[in-house]
Design a binder for this molecule. Structure first.
Ligand code: KIV
Length: 307
């Protein structure tokens, strides 16, 4: 614990809610959103004034090392959402519902979504899909669970899509996306993530719905932007997608620090005197005296044995 900044307990933290996000759209102030998966990074994201914090199921890849988002479980998502909850004061906290937690049974979807609010302190859940999710969204909204929609390139559909491909390129696909967005809005979502679609399509959808759109790989006409934190920091160990901007090379910083530590340990440059605990002088002297007496006794004993 050291160089991390402590929060100013008196600093006002205006809480971001779904109403704030709506006002942002209405007043044309872009919404900022990022993912986070643990206490430390969530604190940094929240303290930096990001509006929405998503515990994304991208956790599966960037934190747990899986190849895609499909294997991450409810328990894992809840565990990480709780850690993030403990860090976040101002941002709106959204939890991603993992694959398999809402696609199979409506009642199971509602029960799982409620767990994010009840057991992990999330303020909304995000689910992937369009017109095929309307009944679930209505049930969730009815159960007082705010929902963020997610259409376009939906990573949980990786096998159906045949890979991570930009969506909404043909006229028919664009029409479907626009219909999906309007249907999600009617069903009650508070915002829609638009992922991996041409910027022109995202701009059109953004103009057509009254709720905020949050883009990732969808151009700059959306009402807000979201990125995977690890991508932005170069901590995801994959070549970045076209839409990722790397704002820092944290992998380089961490690797450099670890190599430096290893060298310092090997050369005994670490820990230094100033990084060690010391005995008070009188105790140190007393120990030295005791050691002298003990050494003298050993010498006498061995001399006697030899004689
Ligand atoms: O899981 C995720 O990180 C997402 C994105 C929208 C960022 O769903």
């Amino acid at each position: 614990m050291s160089m991390t900044q402590l929060r100013d307990p008196l600093a006002p933290a205006q809480k971001i809610t779904s109403q704030t996000l709506l006002e942002r759209k209405q007043t044309g102030v872009p919404i900022t959103a990022l993912t986070a998966y643990d206490y430390a990074t969530a604190r940094l994201v929240d303290d930096a004034g990001i509006d929405m914090l998503l515990v994304g199921d991208s956790l599966a890849q960037v934190v747990l090392g899986y190849e895609n988002t499909l294997p991450v479980t409810m328990d894992e998502m809840l565990h990480h959402t709780r850690a993030v909850r403990r860090a976040v004061r101002r941002a709106m906290l959204v939890a991603d519902m993992p694959y398999g937690s809402y696609q199979l049974e409506l009642a199971e979807g509602v029960r799982n979504a409620a767990r994010f609010l009840k057991e992990a302190g999330a303020e909304a859940v995000k689910i992937e899909g369009g017109s095929n999710r309307l009944e679930l969204i209505e049930r969730l909204t009815d159960a007082e669970i705010p929902v963020v929609g997610h259409i376009g390139l939906t990573p949980q559909s990786v096998h159906r899509m045949g890979g991570y491909r930009v969506q909404g390129k043909s006229l028919a696909a664009i029409r479907r996306l626009r219909q999906d967005a309007l249907a999600l809005e009617r069903a009650g979502v508070i915002a829609i993530v638009l992922e991996g679609i041409p910027r022109e399509v995202a701009a059109r959808i953004t103009a057509e719905v009254a709720i905020p759109t949050i883009g990732i790989g969808a151009g700059n006409s959306c009402d807000g932007q979201i990125l995977v934190l690890n991508d932005l920091l170069n901590l995801s160990f994959t070549p970045p997608a076209k839409f990722v901007r790397r704002y820092a090379d944290v992998a380089e910083v961490i690797s450099g620090a670890i190599k430096h530590y290893r060298e310092d340990v090997q050369s005994r440059a670490f820990p230094a005197e100033s990084e060690s605990y010391h005995l008070p002088a009188e105790i140190n002297e007393a120990i030295a005296d005791e050691t002298k007496v003990a050494t003298r006794n050993v010498v006498k004993l061995s001399a006697r044995r030899k004689a």
